[in-house]
Design a protein around this ligand. Structure first.
Ligand code: CO
Ligand code: CO
Length: 369
C-alpha cells in the first residue's frame, strides 16, 4: 500500500476544505493512511495529519515500538501511566502546528468525547469540524490491491457457507447455526476481526432486516436469511442468501424470485456515471411493480471496504455519481411481518464496463435441511 500517496492526497484535500489538520483515532481511516491498528480503549491514541512533514501521534508508551516499525514515519509523543500524561503529550504534539484559530477535521462517527475534550483543552481556540468528506473521497475509490483483498474476503465467505450448508438441520437453533458459520469462516481463512457477526434469521425472525441470532429452532417451511462476511487484510465481504427449510412456501418462494430479479436489476444499473439513486431505483421498482414495495423498507445497499458500512450509500435520494473503483453492496429484501423474509446481497465493484460482482454464490431458490 502506498500510504504516503494516500496521505499526500488527504493533505491536498485539507487545503481545499480549509482545514489545517485532521485528527484520527484508531480505526479504519488511521489504518488506511498508515497500516497501523490500535485498540480504541481508555488510553488515547490521536494521530494528527497536517502536512507531509508533520505527521504526529500521541500514544501510550507501550505502543511506541509498534508505531516506530510502521511504514509511515510519525513523530511520536508517547506518554506514561501518570495522571495527566496523555494531555501533556497532546499539548506538546499540537505545539508548533499553528492550530490556534484554525479548523481541525475530525471523523464524526469515530471521534469520542474523551479525545475531543482533550483536544479542546490542548488547543482551545481551534474549531473542530467534521471532515468525513475529505477522507471518504479517497477511501471510496479502491485501488487494485484493495479490490484484490475484497475479492479474497468474498471467496473466504463463500467457502465458509458451502462448508456450513450440509450441517444445517431442522431443529438446530439460530445461535448454533451462527456459531457454526463463524467457525467455518475462521477455518476458511477469515481474520478473526470480522466485518460483523453473522446474521441468522429464521421463520418470523427473517422479517426483521437486522435480526440477532436467537435460540429459536429452525422449522420446516421457514425462510432462512444468512448474512455473513469474512475479513482479509482488514477488508470485508458482506453476503446474504435466503434458503428454505425442507420445503419452499408458496408466497415466500414467489417473493424470493422478485427479490432475485431486483438484485439483478440493481447490478445491471451499475455503471460509471449512474448515480447511487439510479441503482436504488432500479432494484426498488422491480419490487414495487410486483406489489411488495412497502415491504422493502431499507436502502438498496451501502459502501463496503475497511468498514462494513461506509460511503457510498445506495439510497433513493443519494446523488453521488458512481466512479470506477467504488465498491458497495446491492441487497434488496422483502420482509413480511409474522411470515418471514427474503434478502439477496452481493458485493459490487464499479468497472468501466459496469458492475462486477465479487460474490457469485447461486442466487436461486435452494431448499436445505
Ligand atoms: Co449483509
Ligand atoms: Co450489507
Amino acid at each position: 500500500m502506498n500510504y504516503q500517496q494516500r496521505i499526500d492526497g488527504l493533505i491536498t484535500r485539507l487545503t481545499d476544505n480549509r482545514l489545517s489538520a485532521v485528527a484520527l483515532l484508531p480505526g479504519p481511516s488511521l489504518f488506511y493512511f498508515s497500516g497501523l491498528s490500535f485498540h480504541l480503549m481508555e488510553r488515547p491514541v490521536i494521530a494528527l495529519l497536517s502536512d507531509a512533514a508533520k505527521l504526529r501521534m500521541v500514544l501510550p508508551d507501550l505502543e511506541r515500538v509498534k508505531a516506530e516499525t510502521a511504514t509511515v514515519n510519525f513523530e511520536l509523543f508517547p506518554y506514561g501511566e501518570q495522571e495527566g500524561a496523555a494531555l501533556e503529550a497532546l499539548r506538546q504534539a499540537t505545539a508548533g502546528l499553528a492550530l490556534e484559530g484554525a479548523q481541525v477535521g475530525i471523523e464524526p462517527l469515530r471521534m469520542r468525547y474523551h479525545e475531543l475534550n482533550m483536544l479542546q483543552i490542548a488547543v482551545p481556540r481551534a474549531t473542530f469540524v467534521p471532515s468525513e468528506g475529505a477522507i471518504s473521497a479517497l477511501r471510496v475509490l479502491k485501488e487494485k490491491s484493495e479490490i484484490a483483498a475484497m475479492r479474497r474476503a468474498a471467496e473466504i465467505a463463500e467457502a465458509a457457507l458451502e462448508a456450513t450448508l450440509p450441517l444445517i438441520k431442522v431443529g438446530m437453533t439460530e445461535l448454533e447455526l451462527a456459531s457454526e458459520l463463524t467457525i467455518q469462516l475462521l477455518r476458511a481463512g477469515s481474520e478473526p476481526k470480522m466485518p460483523f457477526s453473522p446474521i441468522v434469521a429464521s421463520g418470523p425472525n427473517a422479517a426483521l432486516p437486522h435480526a440477532v441470532p436467537s435460540d429459536r429452532a429452525l422449522a420446516v417451511g421457514d425462510s432462512l436469511i444468512l448474512d455473513w462476511g469474512a475479513a482479509h487484510q482488514g477488508y470485508g465481504s458482506d453476503i446474504t442468501r435466503t434458503f428454505f427449510l425442507g420445503e419452499s412456501p408458496d408466497e415466500l418462494s414467489k417473493v424470493h424470485e422478485i427479490v432475485r430479479r431486483a438484485n439483478a436489476a440493481g447490478r445491471a444499473a451499475v455503471r460509471p456515471g449512474a448515480t447511487c439513486g439510479d441503482v436504488d431505483l432500479a432494484a426498488r421498482s422491480e419490487i414495487g411493480a410486483a406489489g411488495y414495495g412497502e415491504y422493502f423498507m431499507h436502502r438498496t445497499g451501502h459502501g463496503l471496504g475497511l468498514e462494513a458500512h461506509e460511503p457510498p450509500f445506495i439510497r433513493e435520494d443519494e446523488e453521488t455519481v458512481l466512479e470506477t473503483g467504488m465498491t458497495f453492496t446491492i441487497e434488496p429484501g422483502v420482509y413480511l411481518p409474522g411470515k418471514g423474509g427474503v434478502r439477496v446481497e452481493d458485493d459490487i465493484v464499479v468497472t468501466k464496463d459496469g458492475g462486477m460482482s465479487l460474490t457469485n454464490l447461486p442466487r436461486g431458490t435452494r431448499v436445505i435441511g
